[in-house]
Design a binder for this molecule. Structure first.
Ligand code: ATP
Ligand code: MG
Length: 132
């Protein structure tokens, strides 16, 4: 999806996730009108790497696996695949406190990419994930 700044690309992603309400038209995925799908279901089925990554106060592990469902080994592998494991392991491993301001914007997007690698989902949306 291409368009100039402010044309609505991020708004489209938010509509996919049910984060903004649609006033006209419908979004249909696999013959299903998304307005009939509960929001938590949409968010677990549609894997998004946002343009402006947001992190919760807490550890790297918590941010990559907030529901505590994934093994440490798999989380480490995801961090290795995005090239961040060196820094994480040098700073206490998965228990390191993730302070977003200490990471560059591109690195924050890589953390989101690692998080996305850990979610099984058939739809992956990248909102200008390499824009910065
Ligand atoms: N929280 C908000 N409240 C009100 N208007 C908003 C909000 N977020 C975005 N908008 C407006 O909605 C329009 C579309 O914004 P959107 O963020 O979807 O653009 P975009 O195509 O993703 O732009 P960019 O390429 O800069 O990321 C813009 O006119 C913007 O000002
Ligand atoms: Mg945008």
């Amino acid at each position: 999806v291409c368009g100039p700044s402010g044309s609505g690309k991020t708004s489209l992603v938010m509509a996919l996730l049910g984060m903004i309400d649609i006033t006209e038209g419908r979004i249909i995925v696999d013959e299903l009108d998304l307005s009939t799908v509960p929001r938590n279901e949409l968010r677990s089925r549609i894997n998004v790497i946002p343009q402006d990554p947001f992190f919760m106060p807490g550890t790297m592990r918590f941010n990559l696996d907030p529901h505590n469902r994934i093994s440490d080994e798999d989380i480490c592998t995801a961090l290795q695949r995005v090239g961040l494991w060196g820094r994480v392991s040098a700073n206490g491993g998965l228990d390191m406190v993730l302070s977003a301001s200490e990471w560059s914007v591109g690195q924050r997007q890589l953390i989101c990419l690692a998080r996305a690698l850990l979610v099984e989902s058939s739809i992956l949306v990248l909102d200008e994930a390499t824009s910065r």
